[in-house]
Design a protein around this ligand. Structure first.
Ligand SMILES: Cc1cc2nc3c(=O)[nH]c(=O)nc-3n(C[C@H](O)[C@H](O)[C@H](O)COP(=O)(O)OP(=O)(O)OC[C@H]3O[C@@H](n4cnc5c(N)ncnc54)[C@H](O)[C@@H]3O)c2cc1C
Length: 388
């Protein structure tokens, strides 16, 4: 087993680390407080190639691999997970389905628009009021009429869908019924300015407050039948496969946040003095730091292994769920311990660890809750066995 990274992967990590330290971290607290989307930061990230990191070069992307992407995403999220989720939702959920299932024309057109255009993001619309964990419970419908899909319904909490942020969204809609009575679900591309497609205001959130999520509404929204992404009726499978990649990436995002917690905990352990000594000299604090570091190391390795399997074209669904659950729960424990090490100061919004503590919870919910990911892992163990 070779644990050396390629020069290209290290280049992405270092580029993202330097950019995140210099340009993202200093703005994180203010953006969170003001709930402001960081247009300037996202534009710079597009210029640096981070927003098209895994998109092939022929479509204007950076042509990087998934390991390099996870390393870069960890660094961005270490500085600000709001910016991390903006990058993740665009690259893993917005662009990846085009790369995997798009026709040559769709790739040229839509990836070209968002990547070469450089200032626009693409959204992924699966969740609805009645279709959360039970994502196949989609109520949004699309019927074919004169060579066009006529879409009616709504979506909820869709990241990167604001009018001045996005170029469009790929949604999943019910396009018929199968012979066995289950709904036929199809992925459909809906460009931003299509009549009948509107967005509601952003939400008041506990974390990811500098990222953009909105409800989407479709009222007799018409797009050409050519806007079908992949095969008609295969939409749900495609979205599940897309989420496998997304889960590895949310794992990387969680490792970045956990690392930020450790960074702050270490700083405080050295600086804060009680009983005439730095608190880092007390064994109780040292053990917390050691546990945080061990778990982060393990979570990072799980994320990178899942990413590597994906790069190798091998099955990685079980490892993706494992990495997502373990990394998100590691981040939760790390945020909790960081606040504990900071004491009462950790409860003050003036200190970063309070923000981390608020932000961390969503990692256990978005792109598949811990419960549903544990079910995926268990089903895989029961059907395929436990050995790797
Ligand atoms: C900030 C934010 C950004 C988001 N971005 C997007 C996006 O870009 N695109 C998108 O499509 N969606 C997005 N989502 C939606 C997200 O993916 C869902 O919130 C998530 O899938 C869980 O669905 P739910 O919130 O409806 O929870 P529910 O499905 O209502 O689940 C509630 C609880 O019940 C548990 N539960 C449900 N079913 C089972 C079961 N069978 N067995 C055991 N436990 C179960 C869950 O694990 C959870 O603990 C976003 C959500 C948020 C909050």
């Amino acid at each position: 087993m070779n644990l050396d990274f390629t020069a290209e992967q290290l280049r992405w990590r270092d580029l993202a680390r330097e950019f995140a330290r210099e340009e993202v971290a200093p703005q994180a607290a203010r953006l969170d407080r003001e709930q402001r989307f960081p247009y300037d930061i996202v534009a710079r990230m597009a210029d640096l190639g981070l927003m098209g990191l895994t998109v092939p070069k022929e479509y204007g992307g950076s042509g990087g691999d998934f390991v390099g992407y996870c390393m870069a995403l960890e660094e961005v999220s270490r500085a600000d997970t709001s910016v991390g989720i903006t990058m993740e939702a665009h690259v893993s959920l917005g662009c990846a389905p085009f790369v995997a299932y798009g026709t040559e024309e769709q790739k040229e057109r839509y990836l070209g628009e968002v990547i070469r255009g450089g200032r626009r993001l693409w959204a992924f619309g699966l969740t609805e009021e009645e279709a959360g964990t039970d994502a196949a419970g989609t109520r949004t419908t699309a019927r074919l009429e004169d060579g066009r899909w006529v879409i009616n319904g709504s979506k909820k909490w869709i990241t990167n869908s604001g009018t001045d942020i996005t170029a469009g969204v790929t949604i999943i809609a019910r396009t018929g019924e199968r012979e066995d009575g289950r709904p036929e679900l199809t992925a459909i591309i809906v460009p931003q300015d299509t009549p009948g497609y509107t967005r509601g205001p952003g939400y008041e959130k506990t974390g990811w407050r500098a990222s953009d999520q909105r409800p989407l509404y479709f009222e007799d929204c018409r797009v050409p039948a050519e806007n079908t992404l992949g095969e008609r009726g295969r939409g749900f499978r495609q979205f599940l496969a897309t989420l496998d990649g997304g889960r590895v990436a949310v794992g990387a995002l969680s490792v970045g946040l956990a690392q930020a917690c450790l960074d702050e905990a270490l700083r405080r352990a050295k600086e804060r003095r009680q009983f005439g000594r730095a608190i880092g000299e007390f064994q109780a604090i040292q053990f917390k730091l050691a546990d945080m570091a061990m778990e982060i190391e393990l979570a990072r390795n799980m994320v990178l292994k899942a990413a590597w399997l994906k790069d190798m074209g091998r099955p990685f669904s079980r490892e993706a769920s494992m990495a997502k659950v373990f990394a998100s729960e590691t981040a939760k424990r790390a945020a909790d311990q960081a606040v504990q090490i900071w004491g009462g100061e950790g409860f003050m919004e003036t200190n970063a660890v309070a923000r981390y503590w608020r932000q961390v919870k969503i990692n256990e919910i978005g792109e598949g809750t811990s419960e549903i990911n544990r079910q995926i892992i268990a089903r895989s163990l029961l059907s395929e066995g436990a050995s790797p």
